[in-house]
Design a protein around this ligand. Structure first.
Ligand code: UD1
Length: 370
């Protein structure tokens, strides 16, 4: 099939491109080669068998060329920094929401006969995950109050009875509570695609990625997630800085399993017009990630538990993956193998530690506690 991957030069997009090419598809990539991600260079990992168009998803002429003859679109192009989205509001809404709107506009008005549209969404749209309160049952708490964080009480309390609530796997049915501009833009991308897809009978699927890691992740970009951030710290012989007490948990999924999910929903009509969590279903404490990475890099660094916190951070969220599992999805990369691969990649590349710079940007705006 002829397939367009927007953002196909990026971390997730490029892995997807490799897999689709290996299955014999013809791949076109539309990517703007964002400087924050690629540092001005075309990455060496780009697959020469794909066709490359350099351009912005908001550029209609470019999109028209990109969509010519295409049967499937994977929309992976997006600005991805949660913290940064809180002060580059226009940039994030424009690239992510307007970019998606223009893509859809071109698809429907140029009558591109798409067999499938798959859009990259994010766990961030849930806000906090689902919890269980022993007395009150299942709850969907909002973010912890600032006063609670100031008292260094990190765990989630039931908003009804005040007792500590236990995190549970978060299903797709959990009400969406996006708490950052990035998250709002991801929810909009997902809803725009599904609504236009349903109206025009374009089989559309939204995949809610949990915390993705793996080779090709940009380690010098302080906005790409904690595995990259900790790698940059450790490689520069600095201790990973842990917010809160380090026992907050996330669901870390290897990029190859993200690709597996994309290919699965492309091939399976039962996925059409649906949203799916893409995670492992395992909750992992952040401090454990720091320790594992330090071990694997063989650079001993004791994580620094700072007791600081970031405004808007959630405490726990991990995926209920039963909906995707019912279609045959099985996460295939174990955390230890996956992190070993990330470290292998990390050893080959230069990683500038810009974490403190990024933290200062947030602090001066009152978005993080210094
Ligand atoms: C957020 C988004 C997610 C996105 C990801 C990467 C939400 C709810 N989720 O996830 O969709 O894919 O960013 O852009 O907004 N931490 C430290 N020290 C650090 C950095 C982080 O302790 O130096 C902690 C954070 O406090 C957090 C955890 O690690 O508890 C994970 O942080 P991060 O990787 O930035 O991403 P999320 O907030 O999970």
């Amino acid at each position: 099939m002829k397939i367009l991957v927007t953002g196909g030069a990026g971390f997730i997009g490029s892995h997807l491109v490799d897999r689709l090419l290996s299955e014999g598809h013809a791949i076109r990539i539309l990517d703007n080669f964002e400087a924050q991600v690629h540092e001005g260079n075309r990455p060496a990992y780009l697959n020469p068998d794909a066709e490359y168009l350099q351009g912005d998803v908001r550029d209609r002429d470019c999109l028209r060329r990109a969509l010519e003859g295409v049967e499937v679109v994977f929309h992976e192009a997006a600005c991805v920094g949660v913290g940064q989205s809180m002060y580059q509001i226009e940039k994030y809404v424009s690239a992510n929401v307007l970019g998606t709107a223009i893509l859809l506009d071109c698809i429907v008005n140029d009558r591109i006969p798409l067999k499938k549209l798959i859009v990259a969404s994010s766990m961030s749209i849930y806000g906090e995950g689902q919890y269980l309160c022993a007395g009150c049952g299942v709850i969907y708490p909002s973010l912890r109050a600032l006063d609670q964080l100031k008292e260094r009480k990190w765990e989630m309390h039931c908003h009804r009875c005040g007792s500590i609530a236990k995190p549970q796997p978060t299903p797709e049915t959990k009400p969406l509570v996006p708490t950052s501009v990035y998250a709002v833009s991801k929810r909009d991308q997902e809803e725009l695609c599904l609504s236009v897809g349903r109206s025009y009978h374009i089989p559309t699927v939204a995949l809610r990625y949990f915390n993705v890691y793996g080779p090709r992740q940009s380690l010098s970009n302080p906005y790409t997630g904690v595995c990259a951030i900790f790698s940059a710290r450790i490689k520069n012989h600095r201790p990973p800085l842990i917010f809160e007490d380090g026992l907050q948990t996330r669901d870390f999924i290897h990029v190859r399993d993200i690709v597996q999910a994309n290919v699965l929903v492309m091939q399976n009509p039962q996925a059409d017009y649906e949203t799916f969590n893409v995670g492992t279903g395992q909750a992992l404490p952040i401090v454990q990630i720091a320790r594992l990475l330090s071990e694997l890099y063989e650079i001993p660094q004791v994580p620094e538990i700072s007791s600081k916190y970031r405004a808007g951070d959630i405490r726990h969220c991990y995926a209920d993956v039963s909906k995707l599992t019912a279609l045959g999805f099985r996460p295939s990369v174990s955390l230890s193998d996956g992190l070993r691969e990330l470290v292998g990649w990390g050893r080959q590349i230069n990683a500038q530690d810009r974490v403190e710079e990024a933290a200062k940007e947030l602090q001066v705006r009152g978005l993080a506690q210094g």
